[in-house]
Write a protein that binds this ligand. Structure first.
Ligand SMILES: NC(=O)c1ccc[n+]([C@@H]2O[C@H](COP(=O)([O-])OP(=O)(O)OC[C@H]3O[C@@H](n4cnc5c(N)ncnc54)[C@H](O)[C@@H]3O)[C@@H](O)[C@H]2O)c1
Length: 434
């Protein structure tokens, strides 16, 4: 059994980006705390975990099995380039109904964004006034660190976690400044153009000993320099890109098709969405980050190198189209050309009318609580067991990422069993027939 420190005192959740996802998350937590709704979609709050043999009937709630922070003990802080408080930002995001938002209005108004670290080169389609100034990126990192310390002091917190809910930054390949922590810190001092704002947040967070979960697809905490720093400092990190909507559907469907050795000739995914995220993704650089993140999962699930007859020639295309009238109510279409026995063709069509932020909000909650648990359990560096929540799961250098939702789910639950010294469940089940 791993020694886990108790979840005593308050947990502070720091959020870069006070937009659709984060305001939906914060408002939701407050509504649940007030008894106005149930935490639907949250594994930490609603799921059980089976322990031991199937005939033992031991299935506690996950939140009763591992020591997680209580929702009543959570405080929030955010940074954004706009000055709107969480109430105004949520209103503009247009996810929650007027009625729901009014019920948590007073609380939401108390969350005012701190000045952000922002660089227009990394997010081309928005610009805002609430931005920090500093001569160097090192100075900006110091300002963020001060924000983190102030938050801890002001709210009398015991622990903190950071969850990136800011916009998707432009795509870039790693360069030498991202390779080691020495090069990265020199780069901060020299204002290296390839150090993005989100990397500065991740650096500041890790330096303060605060776990960092990355909800967007661009490079940030996953660069080798910061992964190294997180190991050195004993801080958990996880990412990247919340697995919601279309990719969630893909990683539900694809493992099923593959398990039955059904071939796939093509998978065309297209979406229309009209929120600010959609506006940001309308820029080619930000879209590239998202496209790379969304495309990866099928290759890893289908393993075309191992199953060339079934998947080698699969044509996979992903489109995201900004269409303002849709707002946060995204519509995604998947057209899947499959083939079976004797190569006969069939088709599957999925039309998913989803609400992106409604799917993402419980992920933010689960990640915050599990990352805090990880830290109290002495885990550091990449938390692969949290792959379940991400489109592009971070992983050790020498292995491929696990995208299959069902394997990810088993991995997550086995990690919780491992932490508590319970037997891992293999589903072999021979013991019932002895
Ligand atoms: N909603 C989903 O289902 C989903 C799924 C996967 C990933 N994501 C990612 O989560 C992020 C948030 O999504 P959203 O719908 O809330 O977007 P949003 O545009 O509503 O919110 C993002 C906020 O981040 C702010 N921001 C941008 N750069 C910043 C910086 N450097 N510092 C502080 N704030 C900054 C923006 O001003 C904006 O208010 C996006 O990157 C999105 O791609 C969302």
């Amino acid at each position: 059994m791993v020694e886990i420190k108790p979840a005593k005192g308050k947990l502070g959740i720091l959020i870069p980006g006070l937009g659709a996802v984060s305001t939906t998350f914060i408002a939701g937590v407050e509504m649940v705390r007030k008894g106005l709704s149930k935490p639907y979609g949250s594994v930490t709050q609603m799921q059980t975990i089976r322990l031991g043999r199937r005939d033992e009937n031991r299935t506690p709630m996950i939140k009763d099995f591992v020591p997680l922070a209580n929702l009543d003990d959570i405080e929030f802080a955010a940074w954004d380039i706009f000055e709107d408080n969480a109430y105004e930002a949520a209103k503009k995001a247009g996810v929650l109904s007027h009625e729901d938002l009014e019920r948590v209005r007073d609380f939401m108004k108390t969350i005012k964004p701190m000045k952000a670290v922002f660089d227009h080169q990394y997010v081309k389609n928005i610009e805002g006034p609430n931005v920090k100034k500093g001569k160097t990126k090192k100075e900006l990192a110091e300002q963020l660190r001060e924000d983190i310390r102030n938050f801890k002091k002001e709210k009398n917190l015991d622990r903190m976690v950071t969850v990136w809910c800011g916009s998707t930054e432009t795509y870039q390949e790693n360069g030498s400044v991202h390779e080691t922590i020495e090069a990265f810190e020199k780069g901060l001092e020299k204002n290296d153009a390839t150090i993005s704002p989100s990397m500065i947040y991740a650096y500041a967070s890790i330096m303060e000993g605060v776990p960092f979960a990355h909800g967007a697809p661009h490079s940030a905490v996953d660069i080798p320099a910061l992964a190294e720093l997180s190991n050195k400092k004993g801080v958990p990190i996880s990412g990247k890109d919340f697995k919601t909507g279309q990719t969630l559907m893909k990683t539900i469907l694809a493992p099923g098709l593959k398990s039955r050795m059904i071939g796939v000739r093509g998978w065309f995914s297209t979406n229309i969405l009209g929120n600010r995220d959609g506006l940001v993704l309308d820029d080619a650089g930000s879209f590239k980050s998202k496209e790379v993140s969304k495309r990866g999962c099928l290759d890893y699930i289908f393993q075309p190198d191992k199953y060339p007859d079934l998947y080698r020639d699969m044509y996979h295309k992903v489109r995201i189209n900004y269409y303002p009238p849709k707002g946060d109510d995204k519509e995604g279409w998947d057209h899947i050309d499959i083939f079976g026995w004797l190569g006969y063709n069939m088709q599957i069509k999925v039309n998913f009318l989803c609400k992106d932020s409604i799917l993402a909000a419980p992920i933010v909650l689960d990640l915050a609580l599990f990352m805090d648990l990880a830290q109290r359990a002495g885990l550091k560096g990449i938390q692969e067991w949290l792959s379940f929540y991400f489109k592009s799961p971070l992983h050790a250098e020498n292995i491929y990422p696990e995208h299959d939702l069902f394997i990810q789910h088993m991995k997550l639950k086995n990690m919780l069993r491992h932490l508590k010294g319970e037997e891992l469940i293999t589903h072999l089940g021979l013991e019932y027939y002895d």
